[in-house]
Design a protein. Structure first.
Lengths: 511, 157
């Protein structure tokens, strides 16, 4: 393990990789500050740039973008109460009231120190947990992998939010369906290609990620007439106030950081539960354990209320790398995009990665420390300057995002059909977003679909066509039972709520 | 009575499940694969059934009142510029090979800025042309990616 860490360290401190951490953090912060564009879009836009790099360099850049986007989202949450990223919604609860009291600089500093501490503590957990889990998972068989993928997909649906469970399941299935287009890898026969040579290799992951996130999010900015908040953000940045924290404030923060880091990391490890859920859980936990007097401060600029979600969301970002790096199963839309990129580089994430390419595995973990330092040392003081880029008017910004998305995909294949397919996919994605269907489960289903099919095929072949592999090994059975609980629990909750509402409200005949 | 947004979505996916399921039988099978425990049709068949059941359940289960009507979900939006940008992207796809990267990208960016309301010629050209040239330089000179000049210019010789 020490050899691996040293090899990772030497890779991570290479000038090109250090540069990528810095660029990634800056680009992520900028994109995260833009209203409507989230970390998935930020990472997707970086993928074409990373094709010319080593897998480690590419992954380091994307990890930097991920942290930066979460940090950038916190900035707009605190300054103008407009979270750029869902994971920073809870940050606004106490960050914005602090900014309104003229303590915007202090709030940004608390967010930065909390993010740094959460990310660093979680990276230490990752350092311990990932190799241990990777060693255990080396004994996993095809059936176990199939069960784990089912768990990942059901968990994403279960954590989708109130009233969204069936929609998330639908989108996951839709994603798996899309993954069946192209040549069946085992039999070598064409499926759903309708005779088109452009579909024989299937739908490109990059094309799907770019069109359903970058393109559709940029076009939705135009489609939905919302208030452009960037001018407000710039105004708020002009009167930041002091960024210094007093000893008392630091004393309040330390225990909160400890608790929220642990909670955030383990929430991030769970498939499907990412930074958003971690930040809300941490905020809720702090409010519940606070004294009656402190409780009154929550929502009015409480230091604990700001520290908890900021620590937890960054810790969850590190935690979400555990299933990706050790099992090869992404737990969130963001890590699904990273996994797609890794596969494109020819690197298969999973337990073998730890053995076969330790430099990739360890350099990513080491770069997380470096990324956190960059965010604290460089990004925090430079926030006002990064925010100047926001002055770029929307009528110029959106065509640039469209261009980068289109050209990023085109440069991989030089096939103009891809551009037309992107337009079609973006149109479908916009329609589905307006119908309130979540996109991340679709991407996760698409990534895991072919792997799930391959493992199911192998497990069935080994068990001679019998489904007994699902319950013969205790680990497979336990994972499947957890999946069933994830699936049934929210559905039962919905049914109970419906029964309660049915008693309370008469039916108006709406279909 | 207007259709609920969620119900409409469920109906769309039910149709998709039926169409997808219909085309599963078109997947060719290798000799002897018909009786194999897992063949190229197994997962698609299962997916069509599961999606059919899930979307049917959404259709028959009580409507989520918070979802609102379909009409409300699609009204009050700026469709015109988005449709124009869509057309511009298709045009970009059609021209990039014919006119080459430099010309087609410049047209695309200037068109995009104009569609979104930018009318100042200085800004239109000043924002598009330098970016296109810098990007072209990065791709072709620094990263060594060959960008063909375009069929049109090759025809001219």
């Amino acid at each position: 393990m020490l050899d691996g860490i040293l090899s990772g360290l030497s890779t991570a401190v290479m000038p090109i990789n250090l540069m990528m951490v810095v660029i990634g953090c800056f680009a992520g912060t900028f994109i995260g500050m833009l209203p409507g564009l989230g970390p998935i879009t930020a990472i997707a836009l970086m993928i074409p740039i990373t094709y010319g790099f080593d897998p480690s360099t590419g992954l380091i850049l994307m990890a930097g973008v991920y942290y930066g986007a979460i940090f950038g989202g916190s900035t707009s949450s605190i300054l103008i109460n407009a979270p750029g990223v869902a994971g920073t919604v809870a940050t606004a609860f106490d960050g914005y009231p602090m900014a309104q009291k003229g303590q915007a600089g202090k709030a940004l500093a608390i967010a930065a120190y909390s993010s740094f501490s959460g990310g660093t503590i979680a990276a230490i957990f990752l350092l311990v947990a990932a190799p241990a889990l990777a060693s255990v998972s080396l004994s996993f068989q095809s059936g176990d992998y199939f069960a784990l993928m089912v768990l990942g997909l059901t968990a994403v649906s279960a954590f989708a939010g109130k009233g969204q469970v069936l929609k998330a399941i639908t989108m996951t299935l839709f994603g798996i369906m899309l993954s069946t287009i192209g040549t069946d890898p085992a039999a070598g026969v064409a499926r759903f290609t309708f005779g088109s040579m452009d579909l024989i290799d299937g739908i490109s992951f990059l094309l799907l990620a770019m069109s359903t996130f970058a393109l559709s999010e940029a076009l939705l900015q135009i489609l939905r007439p919302t208030k452009d908040t960037r001018t407000d953000e710039q105004k708020a940045l002009k009167s930041l106030g002091s960024m210094k924290l007093s000893k008392e404030e630091v004393k309040i923060m330390i225990p909160v950081i400890g608790r929220s880091s642990i909670l955030g990391f383990f929430t991030g490890v769970l498939p499907g539960a990412g930074a958003t859920i971690a930040s809300f859980l941490a905020y809720g936990m702090e409010r519940n354990i606070a004294s009656a007097k402190e409780k009154l401060q929550f929502g009015k600029g409480s230091i604990r209320g700001l520290t908890a979600p900021e620590t937890a969301n960054n810790a969850a970002c590190s935690g979400s790398f555990v299933p990706l790096l050790t099992l090869g199963i992404p737990g969130s839309g963001t890590t699904a995009v990273m996994m797609g990129a890794l596969i494109s580089y020819g690197v298969q994430p999973g337990p073998r990665l730890f053995v076969e390419q330790p430099e990739v595995f360890w350099s990513v973990i080491i770069s997380m420390y470096i990324g956190n330092i960059v965010l604290l040392v460089l990004n925090l003081p430079l926030i006002p300057y990064i925010a100047r880029l926001l002055a770029l008017p929307q009528q110029l910004l959106v065509p640039f995002v469209l261009f980068f998305s289109l050209i990023g995909v085109y440069l991989v294949t030089f096939n103009t059909m891809d551009i037309h397919m992107m337009v079609l996919a973006a149109a479908i994605a916009i329609g589905l977003r307006l119908l309130n269907y979540p996109m991340a489960p679709m991407l996760l289903g698409f990534i895991l679909g072919s792997m799930m099919e391959e493992n199911l095929r192998r497990a069935l072949m080994i068990s001679d066509g019998s489904l007994s592999f699902l319950w013969e090994r205790p680990i497979t059975l336990v994972i499947l039972i957890i999946s069933m609980i994830f699936l049934i629990a929210p559905l039962l909750g919905n049914t109970r709520e419906w029964l309660r509402n049915r008693k309370a409200l008469p039916n108006d005949g709406e279909m | 009575m207007s259709i609920n947004r969620d119900k409409f979505g469920a109906m769309l996916f039910l149709c998709l499940a039926l169409i997808y399921g219909f085309y599963v039988d078109d997947i060719p099978l290798l000799f002897g694969d018909e009786d194999a425990p897992f063949n190229a049709r197994t997962l698609p068949n299962a997916l069509a059934w599961i999606l059919g059941v899930v979307s049917f359940a959404q259709l028959v289960l009580p409507a989520n009142r918070e979802a609102g009507s379909l009409l409300r979900a699609f009204s009050g939006m700026k469709w015109k510029p988005v449709l124009m940008l869509g057309a511009l992207m298709i045009f970009y796809g059609l021209t990039i090979r014919y006119f080459g990267f430099l010309i087609s990208t410049t047209i695309f960016l200037i068109g995009g800025f104009a569609v979104l309301g930018e009318r100042r010629i200085k800004v239109l050209v000043g924002a598009a042309v330098p970016v296109v040239f810098v990007f072209w330089f990065l791709l072709s000179q620094l990263m060594g990616i060959y960008l063909a000049p375009g069929d049109f210019f090759e025809m001219l010789g």
